[in-house]
Design a protein around this ligand. Structure first.
Ligand code: HPA
Length: 235
């Protein structure tokens, strides 16, 4: 079975897929945390791996950056490879000084100005919820393994480099947004239209308020808290 962007057999991919943006982070997670790893996709170097975490099957694959990219990969995984649950594990910029670098966010809903949901499925809402069922499990796991999460709404933005960055902070205040990333809104929408489940854990990689940031090397390895929570969803 092949789609335009994934070359794999259905049985090579687990029902639960973790999706970091960076395919090299997918490789790092597979090599660091999983046993009996096989690579199921390398089309466009968007690496996907399946392995076992504490004896339970799970896959991990890059999503690329932005809603068009995660929109393609998540749709194909859900629709053509029988994937049931996708958990995005990404980074975000903080919109509030209450969040510190490396804090973990459990996203309850994604707000966006993006036309993705309308263009894809005529959905007009600017806010889409994560799966309540997956979030309940992720929250319970976070308590069990003593890795705290902050719950709330995030901004899925189409733009990284804004000409008027200060304006986005007033939007953040008005909509009560914890931080900004670029993918969840499309992922949650695809899950809804295909009757599947999606969730998102984010690690704060920079702050739009204090302007602190992490290096790409730190991002590669220091996001283990969020990975440890998500990996426990392996079946
Ligand atoms: N903007 C959008 N996406 C992000 C950011 C940001 O500042 N930081 C991490 N992901």
């Amino acid at each position: 079975m092949s789609t335009p962007h994934i070359s794999a057999n259905k049985n090579e991919i687990a029902k639960v897929v973790l999706m970091p943006g960076d395919p090299l982070r997918a490789k790092y997670i597979a090599e660091t945390f999983l046993d009996n790893v096989t690579m199921f996709n390398s089309v466009r170097n968007m690496f996907g791996y399946t392995g076992y975490y504490k004896g339970r099957k799970i896959s991990v694959m890059g999503s690329g950056m932005g809603m068009p990219s995660i929109g393609i990969y998540s749709y194909e995984l859900y629709k053509f490879f029988d994937v049931e649950n996708i958990i995005r594990i990404g980074s975000c910029g903080a919109y509030t000084d209450k969040l510190k670098l490396y804090d973990t966010i459990l996203v309850t809903e994604a707000y966006s100005e993006s036309s993705f949901a309308f263009a894809q499925g005529k959905v007009k809402s600017d806010t889409i919820k994560a799966s309540a069922e997956l979030n309940k499990k992720l929250e319970a796991i976070s308590k069990q393994i003593s890795i705290p999460v902050v719950k709330g709404t995030i901004h899925s933005s189409d733009v990284f480099y804004r000409e008027y960055p200060e304006e986005v902070l007033s939007l953040a205040k008005e909509k009560n947004l914890l931080g900004v990333e670029m993918e969840s809104f499309a992922l949650f929408h695809n899950a809804n239209v295909l009757n599947k489940k999606a969730a998102c854990l984010l690690t704060v990689s920079d702050s739009l308020v204090t302007h602190e940031s992490t290096t790409p090397e730190e991002r590669q390895t220091a996001f283990t808290n969020m990975m440890k929570i998500a990996l426990e969803l392996a079946e």
